[in-house]
Design a protein around this ligand. Sequence first.
Ligand code: GLA
Length: 388
Amino acid sequence: MALLSPGTPADLATSTAAAFRHAYGAEPAAVGRAPGRVNLIGEHTDYNAGTCLPVALAHATYAAVSPRSDNLVRVRSAQADDEWQGEGIGPGEVTGWASYAAGVAWALREAGVEVPGLDVCVDSTVPLGAGLSSSAALECSVAVAIAHLAGLDDSETQRRALVEACMRAETEVAGAPTGGMDQTVAMFAQPAAALLIDFLDHTTRAVPLSLGDAGLAVLVVDTRVSHALVDGGYASRRTDCETACRELGVPSLREATLDRVESLADSRIRRRARHVVTEIGRVAGTVAAIERADWRTVGQLFVASHTSMRDDFEISCPELDAAVEAALGAGAVGARMTGGGFGGSAVALVPEDVLDTAMSTVDTAFDTRGFRRPTFLRAEPSAAANLC
Ligand code: GLA
């Protein structure tokens, strides 16, 4: 069974620079790289001032960038047929995939960085629309390249500013009201670790993952069911969470207790809030269990998280449920849907010796139900965005 390769960073940086040369007839001034991510646990918690525990993938996006002497921005991608170009790069002026790249240049200008016109050429091994943060990888790869062109340092403060700019690009230019987990892990991940992010105070902490010692692999199943955060489902979940906060009189669901949540009158709002509050508890439980190498407990928390997303937050779908069920049936220690939901990917903690069986069991489950076959990749906890 094939696992989708992340490619070799040096080769991808070289081939992206070559594509830039071919397109624009000159060497790029900088090539940025930023990883996709898979979230281990803590879903729809970021915009609720909660916690989450993503891992950066080896699968990444590479952006070759040069400044121009005029104000034009041109953007090409190995994954798209057409070049986008224009001088207006703010909200309402760019649509589609190019808005994630051009939007970063706009947001950095808004933040006071002198960003000239740009030529940009990108390539990516992050599967698109799979719930693995291809959009944040695109934003952050462009951001680190522009930061270098603008002479910004590579400090923690500066990386935080880049996270902010990438979030603005995604929310205001691309129109996806997301919560910050993806950009934060792309900018702050550390190799061989998951990143605990706390959105109450915006701090991060690396949680080392000794997966090898435990004989475990992190398997990602891309259901290939379309997942688009600009559709209404994500925004409506956010609205439900805001309604719950208003009813409870708390600034965010981080400050809500389960007791109070259970007193909410509206069943839908109650279930949405219950997911968020219990999920934040599961993130803490998972971190503690990882730190004592108690993978059985981690697995149980994965399963509880999936149930909560399926029944309370209602963001799963039959393909995600089938992937989780089949992976568990084949011996996965734990499995859950991951990311925004409504399609996209599932993540499973699988003993190395049953990895092949797990993939073929998921394939068979999909065949039996008449679903299109999924694709698989292995999450190798990787480093944050950098200049190549
Ligand atoms: C998407 C968003 C994130 C986060 C997740 C759900 O990936 O981009 O900000 O809200 O969904 O956990």
